[in-house]
Design a protein around this ligand. Structure first.
Ligand code: CP
Length: 303
């Protein structure tokens, strides 16, 4: 079978992405199936995670697979100076598939080039987070009934936010209109904007969150990515740029949903959690079904 590693969202065609969303719906209706019996999946997290790691591990467990791996590379031989290449080569001998998160852009691609088993990129630096992208697409489809012709606002750290990069690339296939809300220092990189331009679509840039509140179907809030700043003073300048409050949602479209890849720090007030427009916790739950779909697809149990 062709190696179906998922490193960047555009490694999969639009048809493959849609197929994963269809399979995710099947798994949402029937999440416990013993299809990964006798399969061993490695989860290698060189960078912290709550949702991505635990939803993958929940998905593997619900499908009857076994999990090996680490959540802290300092407990592995990486701390003795072992290279990523050697680590991946060894772990590929022990397992059928590797889920990997790493702080360096491009690390997952490099891992896929040296691994004999498929790699799923669970986030590489500020670059890509394709499984988050698929669960975001699933959440948009589920709440809006379609992926086509959506107005989406990305709010916050559009420079370092890897989930925004992946989702921009994916949604550029669906005639999306993009509303980009960020401080001037944290604008969407030109290389990502190029996907919008190449698709012949429009984007609009704003400094103020209020400017988009009555325009969009999806309000995609993001955390300012403190860990990507080389200068802490620069982080302090922008850290509270946008804080979503209930009263700001008063004139939003009735179908509008608030998404956030989480974790949040301060950018959505807790009172918003009770608002029917808040969808971010359900969005994170959708990650289990999407990751079940991906595991089944990549390992050849579903086509
Ligand atoms: N959305 C996301 O990647 O969350 P974690 O960092 O908790 O995995």
């Amino acid at each position: 079978m062709k190696n179906r590693s998922l490193i960047s969202i555009n490694d999969y065609t639009k048809e493959q992405q849609i197929r994963i969303l269809e399979l995710a719906e099947e798994f949402e209706n029937n999440p416990r199936q013993n299809i990964l019996d006798k399969k061993v999946i490695s989860t290698l997290f060189f960078e912290p995670s709550t949702r991505t790691r635990l939803s993958f591990e929940s998905a593997i467990s619900q499908l009857g697979g076994k999990i090996i791996g680490f959540t802290d590379a300092s407990n592995s031989s990486v701390s003795k100076g072992e290279t990523l290449k050697d680590t991946i080569t060894m772990v590929a001998n022990y397992s059928d598939l590797i889920v990997m998160r790493h702080p360096l852009d491009g690390s997952a691609r490099w891992a896929s080039e040296v691994s004999k088993v498929p790699i799923i990129n669970a986030g590489d630096g500020a670059n890509q987070h394709p499984t988050q992208c698929l669960l975001d697409m699933y959440s948009i489809k589920k709440t809006q009934g379609t992926l086509d012709n959506i107005h989406i606002a990305f709010v916050g750290d559009l420079k370092y936010g890897r989930t925004v990069h992946s989702l921009t690339m994916a949604m550029s296939q669906f005639n999306t209109t993009f509303h980009l809300v960020s401080p001037p220092e944290l604008k969407l990189p030109s290389a990502v904007k190029k996907y919008i331009k190449d698709a012949g679509l429009e984007y609009f840039q704003y400094n103020e969150l209020e400017a988009v509140m009555d325009k969009v179907d999806i309000l995609y809030m993001t955390r300012i990515q403190k860990e990507r700043f080389s200068d802490p003073i620069e982080y302090e300048k922008v850290k509270n740029s946008y804080i979503l409050k209930n009263e700001m949602l008063a004139h939003s479209k009735p179908n509008m949903k608030v998404l956030h890849p989480l974790p949040r720090v301060n950018e959505i007030e807790e009172a918003v959690d009770q608002n029917p427009m808040a969808y971010y916790f359900q969005q994170a739950l959708n990650g289990v079904y999407v990751r079940e779909a991906l595991l089944a697809y990549i390992l050849g149990f579903k086509d």
